[in-house]
Design a protein around this ligand. Structure first.
Ligand SMILES: Cc1ncc(C[n+]2csc(CCOP(=O)(O)OP(=O)(O)O)c2C)c(N)n1
Ligand code: SF4
Ligand SMILES: [Mg+2]
Length: 315
C-alpha cells in the first residue's frame, strides 16, 4: 500500500466503525476502463449487463478506489459478476457469498463490501445465510439479480419463479408457492430493503448509492431479465414494453416495518424504491466494541505476548 493511500482519513458513521474514505481532491476517481475487467460472458440482452454498468458508474461517481471496495458473489450467471470487475473480489461457493462477505466486512471495516448473486444463490441454497446475515445486521450491500429462474444451469424453477412457470424441473408448470424477497428481507431483520429493476438505470444507481451509504445490512432486489430462459418476465414493470414502473409512494414512512411489508405484498409489478430503512447497531460496531475492551486489557503487549498469555491460560 502506497503512503498516499495510507494517509486517507477514515470516515466514521454513527455506528463508530470507519468506512472507506472519500477521495482527496488531488486523486482522480477511476475511469470505467480502469474498473472493467474481463469481457462479460452473459448472453446479449441479459439484464445483468445493466447492473454491472451501474456498479461501474457508482464506483466512478463516488470515487471509490480499487483498494476501498470488494465484490463478492456465489455461483450463477449473476454471480460471475466479480470476474468482470477490476478490483478485489471473490467468486465463491454457491449460496455462500454472504458468510464470506461477512468475514471481510468484520475484519476490514474500511472497505465497502458488495455482494451480488441470483435468486437461486440467495434464496435456495443460500437461504439460511441470507436470513442470518440480515438478522446480524452485518454492514454490506447485497444486490440480488432476480430473474425468477436458474439461468446458469439452463432453466430450473427457482424460489422466485411464479406458479405455473414451465421449466426443466417443472415440466407441467411450477406448483410451489414463490417466496417474496422483500418480505423475506424485512422479516429477517435487514435494516435497508429496496427494490429496483435493471431496465431503469437511474433508479438502480440511486438504490445502490443509498444502500452503500447505509450503515448496516442493505439489501436490493433488482429484477434482471434472463432473455434466454425467461424472456419477457418483467415486461409488466417496464414502461417501454407497455408496463408500469410505480415508485414507492412519497408519503411512505421507510421506518414503518408493517407498511413496508404491506408494500411488498402488492401484486406484480408492485413498487420500486426503498421500502424499509432503519438504524440499528451493526454486528461490526458491537464486535469492535468488544475488541476495544479486550485490547485495553493487553495494552502495551506485543502480539506474541498476547498469544503467550492465551496459551498460559489454557495450561
Ligand atoms: C453446491 C452446488 N449446488 C448446485 C450447483 C449448481 N448450480 C450452479 S448455479 C445454480 C443456480 C443459479 O441460479 P441463480 O442463483 O438464480 O443465478 P442465475 O444463473 O439465474 O443468475 C445451481 C443450482 C452448484 N454450482 N453448487
Ligand atoms: S442464461 Fe439468462 S441469466 Fe444467464 S447470461 Fe444468459 S440471459 Fe443472463
Ligand atoms: Mg436466477
Amino acid at each position: 500500500m502506497s503512503e498516499a493511500i495510507a494517509e486517507i482519513p477514515a470516515r466514521v458513521p454513527p455506528g463508530g466503525i470507519p468506512v472507506a474514505a472519500p477521495a482527496p481532491a488531488e486523486r482522480k476517481g477511476l475511469t470505467k476502463k480502469e474498473i472493467a475487467a474481463d469481457h462479460p460472458t452473459w448472453c446479449p440482452g441479459c439484464g445483468d449487463f445493466s447492473v454491472l454498468a451501474l456498479y461501474f458508474k457508482l464506483i466512478e461517481k463516488r470515487k471509490i478506489w480499487h483498494e476501498n471496495i470488494t465484490t463478492v458473489a456465489g455461483i450463477g450467471c449473476s454471480s460471475r459478476f466479480p470476474y468482470f470487475v477490476q478490483a478485489h473480489g471473490v467468486h465463491y461457493i454457491h449460496g455462500r457469498a454472504l458468510p464470506f462477505a461477512t468475514g471481510i466486512s468484520l475484519s476490514r471495516p474500511d472497505l465497502h463490501v458488495f455482494a451480488f448473486g441470483g435468486d437461486g444463490d440467495a434464496f435456495s441454497i443460500g437461504g439460511n445465510h441470507f436470513t442470518h446475515t440480515a438478522r446480524k445486521n452485518v454492514r454490506m450491500t447485497y444486490v440480488v439479480m432476480d430473474n425468477w429462474v436458474y439461468g446458469l444451469t439452463k432453466k430450473q424453477t427457482s424460489p422466485t419463479s411464479p406458479l405455473g412457470f414451465k421449466s426443466k424441473t417443472d415440466q407441467w408448470g411450477a406448483i410451489d408457492y414463490p417466496i417474496n424477497p422483500m418480505k423475506q428481507a424485512i422479516a429477517a431483520g435487514a435494516t435497508f430493503v429496496a427494490r429496483t429493476t435493471s431496465t431503469n438505470p437511474n433508479h438502480v444507481l440511486a438504490m445502490m448509492e443509498a444502500a452503500m451509504d447505509h450503515d448496516g445490512f442493505s439489501f436490493i432486489e433488482c429484477l434482471s431479465e434472463c432473455v434466454e430462459f425467461y424472456e419477457g418476465a418483467f415486461d409488466a414493470a417496464n414502461p417501454r414494453k407497455g408496463g408500469v414502473f410505480n415508485e414507492v409512494p412519497k408519503d411512505h414512512d421507510v421506518t414503518d416495518e408493517l407498511n413496508a411489508y404491506k408494500l411488498a405484498g402488492a401484486d406484480f409489478p408492485g413498487y420500486f424504491g426503498i421500502f424499509y430503512k432503519n438504524h440499528k447497531p451493526t454486528k461490526n460496531a458491537k464486535e469492535a466494541e468488544i475488541q476495544r475492551g479486550m485490547m485495553e486489557k493487553v495494552k502495551g503487549l506485543k502480539d506474541w505476548q498476547i498469544l503467550q498469555k492465551n496459551f498460559d491460560r489454557m495450561k
